[in-house]
Design a binder for this molecule. Structure first.
Ligand SMILES: CC(C)(COP(=O)(O)OP(=O)(O)OC[C@H]1O[C@@H](n2cnc3c(N)ncnc32)[C@H](O)[C@@H]1OP(=O)(O)O)[C@@H](O)C(=O)NCCC(=O)NCCS
Length: 365
């Protein structure tokens, strides 16, 4: 038997056409297109691209967006259930249970035809934001807000979460956040989803596997970690002592470093620009200034101590964006899942289309 690689590090497990990462040059592509060229499109177009393999033309985009909008509503029994459910449970646990309930309301849950899978795709992508917003409002004793079909996917989420119409820039920031979260090759949640799909389990079950894996603090939980860290630091004057203290104690500073990227994460650059613009619109640049100060301190400390820099990853400036959007930290992982669901579904379809059960071996020791 072959040598065991702990954590499957460096093991190539499958071929994919969905995304490509070059961690040395800092390149991320969805379906062969660099994310810098995708980030100004609507989330719906990028979701279509990931799932269908090509960008939609105008008619295809209109049809897909309409189908998503028609599916934004959630069953009123589910709304009542969410209100009870959300009291006292973690947001991602609630989301996982709600997606499982949604499967029960979907008559096509266990149908595996192309049409059924397309219908389930639209239902899943469309209902995630409604469920995340409803869970959050329910757990805070607030009325659940119905979707507004005049708004984009991202803007509608912010509206359902806060009850306030987002500004143009806030809506743009949310759309970009969902696009940048949508796909990242064979990360842990996507891998677990592909294992479920490879047994020919249904799409809801596969997505729930993804959610369960995303929940872990070593995967989807880091963005909340950055938001908590920023609250703990409090203001820019405390940043240096905080960072140096962490390094001295050999602790990790959240939102820095990456297993694959050894240069600036291309998503972090885009988030940084959005965070800067939101800070200016907000008239208070203090979160952004503090974040930039942390970046500079870490960069220089690493160059001095180790002769090589360290860069922010996707979770660092996205957390600053969430601060300006007034998104609560406990929602950070659920919002990540709202974007990632399109990538998950694309991987589920790719697995179904050329399937072999994923079943590695173990050395008995
Ligand atoms: C993402 C992460 C797990 C990658 O880990 P990795 O592949 O082991 O990282 P590297 O091998 O490149 O680390 C090289 C060195 O830099 C240190 N380092 C890496 N990230 C660091 C961070 N965020 N803060 C402080 N030191 C860090 C490591 O401890 C290691 O030090 P050592 O050689 O003394 O052991 C790690 O960077 C991390 O935990 N970051 C913080 C959490 C986070 O933001 N996660 C989201 C990832 S998208």
């Amino acid at each position: 038997m072959e040598e065991m690689k702990k954590g499957l590090e460096g093991v190539v497990a499958l071929d994919t056409k969905i995304s490509f990462i070059d961690g040395i040059q800092g390149i991320l592509m969805y379906r062969g297109i660099r994310i810098e060229d995708l980030v100004d499109l609507p989330y719906d177009a990028v979701s279509y691209l990931l799932i269908n393999g090509k960008l939609p033309d105008e008619a295809e985009l209109n049809e897909y967006s309409l189908k998503l909008k028609e599916n934004r509503h959630i069953n009123c029994k589910l709304v009542d259930f969410l209100k009870d459910l959300s009291l006292g449970s973690e947001e991602l646990d609630g989301l996982r249970t709600a997606i499982s309930c949604t499967a029960h309301f979907d008559e096509e849950n266990n149908h595996h035809t192309v049409d059924a899978n397309q219908n389930k795709t639209a239902r899943l992508v469309a209902k995630f934001p409604t469920i995340v917003a409803a869970l959050h409002r329910g757990s805070h004793g607030l009325d659940v807000i119905s979707p507004d079909n005049d708004l984009s996917h991202g803007a509608n989420f912010l509206y359902m979460l806060t009850g306030r119409m987002p500004t143009e820039l806030e809506a743009e920031a949310m759309e970009k956040d969902l696009i940048l979260s949508a796909e990242h090759e064979l990360n842990p949640s996507t891998f677990s989803l592909r294992i479920a799909a490879s047994t020919l389990s249904d799409m809801y079950s596969a997505v729930i596997c993804g959610l369960c894996t995303l929940k872990g603090p070593l995967h989807g939980g880091a963005r909340k970690g950055v938001m908590d860290m920023m609250d703990e630091i409090g203001n820019i004057e405390n940043a240096k002592d905080y960072v140096l203290g962490k390094l001295e104690r050999k602790e990790k500073v959240m939102g820095f470093g990456h297993r694959v990227y050894k240069t600036y994460d291309p998503r972090a650059k885009i988030y940084k620009d959005v965070a800067r613009r939101l800070a200016i619109e907000n008239g208070d640049t203090s979160w952004f200034d503090m974040a930039e100060e942390i970046e500079h301190i870490l960069y220089h400390e690493f160059v001095e101590m180790r002769g090589k820099p360290i860069y922010p990853n996707v979770d660092f400036y996205s957390a600053v964006v969430y601060k300006y959007l007034d998104v609560p930290a406990e929602l950070a992982t659920s919002i990540f899942a709202m974007g990632r669901v399109s990538g998950w579904i694309a991987h589920c379809m790719e697995q179904y289309s050329d399937n072999r059960v994923i079943r590695p071996r173990a050395h008995t020791i």
